[in-house]
Design a binder for this molecule. Structure first.
Ligand SMILES: [Zn+2]
Length: 478
């Protein structure tokens, strides 16, 4: 029945900027410190304290806005968003309302093989709220104001996304760009990247938007996709049953794999926005914007294209390698030291990335230096180890941080490529296995597999398989 409906999705991403200090005061932004140890009269909202804008946070915001093709507002103005909640010490949040820092941007993504342009409505700078925790079974809640006043960039799309998978692909592409800009850790687990979604459905072909439901509390891109799928299905069932969809905010419960009603959705007027009187509006000089634009790094898509062109990689490999800036840097470091770029790409996209997945770590934390990976590849090339042994050696390299040669040496893994020695061993095996030799000569070709197995057994698997095959065939043909 889904075929007669279409999903309309808009996403709101909150990105914590990687600055040393908070956005309107000098408190540290360090993660994981003792609760309420990074606070001051400004971020605690004491009467008489005055905010001062963090220049770096502001420049980072412009950088993100330009990378996402936004127009920059020439006059910068902040507003107060008023609401009462225990995590907000001032009872208002400094944000931007009617004149966001930047607007009318776009991000081109690839989803299911199709290209799609997602329009970005606005990007603005604001401060984060504190963090509430609710200890189990306690009759109280705790609040940590270390997060209050952290610089936050809000990136809002137009409702251009038309499936949960597209939302996932948009977020993946956006995260890659933000990482390339090196303005944030983009770590969802630490909360430095958060995403809320608006979802509605309508009959296919209809122009009018359906009733919009906001979904929160999704702490991975995968949950965003699951939650949106659940929400689309839920809304379709309601319409099919001729029931109303209520405009509300719903929370994703990953345990139940369902969204749960939280509250009816606020409208902008509920927040009683007004200009922040303690921060005077100011003009942004065009020269500053142009300087930032010129200094923008090569972004993921451009790098993908360059990898295809310069290293003759497939687009598929190039995309995987450039999906994370550190991985792309690592590949290029390796490429400087080794001729066969395709081999490097294979090792990184298969074996290394498999280990990154298992260990849930980035390439840097994995600890395989580029020169050590190349050392391993060179040992395969010189036939000192087989490709199969090399895979085990790589895992050992990650565990012990030793280089390939040290491991191969200490474990006695060196491959036997000495033709005379292999010839001796084969002669010995053939003399003991006359029956298999006869079987082979009588047309039972799988006797060959048995004989190769015997040679490998005699050498504890260290004989070079291609040399074994070659010499064995020669003898059998005699
Ligand atoms: Zn402070």
């Amino acid at each position: 029945m889904n075929t007669t409906y279409e999903t309309v999705i808009g996403l709101e991403v909150h990105l914590q900027l990687r600055t040393e200090t908070k956005v309107f005061c000098g408190c540290s932004t360090k993660f994981g410190s003792r609760p309420n140890s990074q606070t001051c009269p400004v971020c605690l909202g004491f009467p008489g304290s005055l905010p001062v804008l963090n220049e770096k946070a502001f420049l980072y915001s412009i950088k993100a806005a330009l990378a996402l093709n936004c127009a920059i507002q020439s006059l910068v103005k902040f507003d107060r968003k008023n609401y009462y909640y225990p995590d907000l010490p001032k009872n208002f949040q400094i944000s931007q309302y009617d004149m966001p820092l930047s607007y009318n941007g776009s991000l081109e993504i690839t989803s299911g093989g199709d290209r799609k342009r997602v329009r970005i409505k606005r990007i603005h700078l604001e401060e984060d709220a504190g963090k509430l925790t609710h200890p189990a079974k306690a009759s109280y809640s705790l609040v940590d104001f270390n997060r209050a006043g952290m610089p936050l960039l809000e990136i809002v799309t137009e409702p251009d996304i038309s499936s949960p998978q597209e939302a996932y692909d948009y977020l993946t592409a956006l995260k890659a760009i933000l990482q390339y800009l090196r303005i944030s850790d983009c770590d969802m687990e630490k909360g430095s990247l958060r995403c809320d979604a608006n979802a509605s459905i309508r009959k296919s072909g209809e122009k009018k938007l359906g009733v919009k439901v906001e979904v929160k509390n999704m702490n991975s891109f995968r949950w965003v996709r699951e939650a949106l799928q659940y929400e689309a299905d839920r809304q379709v069932s309601l319409l099919e049953a001729k029931e109303n969809i209520i405009q509300e905010t719903r929370l994703w419960d990953a345990g139940k794999m369902a969204t749960i009603s939280m509250r009816s959705k606020e409208e902008a007027q509920d927040y009683r926005y007004f200009p922040e009187p303690d921060l005077v509006p100011f003009m942004v000089e065009k020269t500053i914007i142009e300087e930032i634009r010129k200094a923008l790094p090569e972004l993921p898509e451009a790098r993908t294209n360059r990898f295809v062109k310069d290293y003759s990689l497939s687009e598929y490999d190039a995309k995987i390698l450039t999906s994370q800036i550190d991985l792309a840097d690592y590949f290029e470091e390796c490429a400087k030291q080794y001729e066969n770029k395709k081999t490097i790409a294979n090792w990184i996209t298969c074996d290394i990335m498999a280990q990154m997945n298992i260990k849930n770590s980035g390439i840097i934390e994995l600890g395989v230096l580029s020169k050590n990976l190349i050392g391993l590849l060179e040992m395969i090339d010189s036939q000192e180890i087989s490709g199969k042994t090399a895979k085990d050696v790589l895992i050992e390299m990650i565990e012990t941080k030793k280089n390939a040669y040290e491991i191969v040496e200490s474990k006695g893994l060196l491959q036997i490529s000495d033709r005379e020695r292999i010839d001796q061993i084969i002669k010995n095996v053939l003399s003991k296995n006359g029956k298999s030799v006869n079987d082979y000569k009588n047309g039972k070709k799988n006797a060959m597999t048995f004989l190769v197995g015997q040679v490998m057994r005699q050498t504890q698997g260290k004989a070079n398989p291609s040399i074994v095959n070659e010499i064995l065939k020669k003898h059998l043909a005699e």
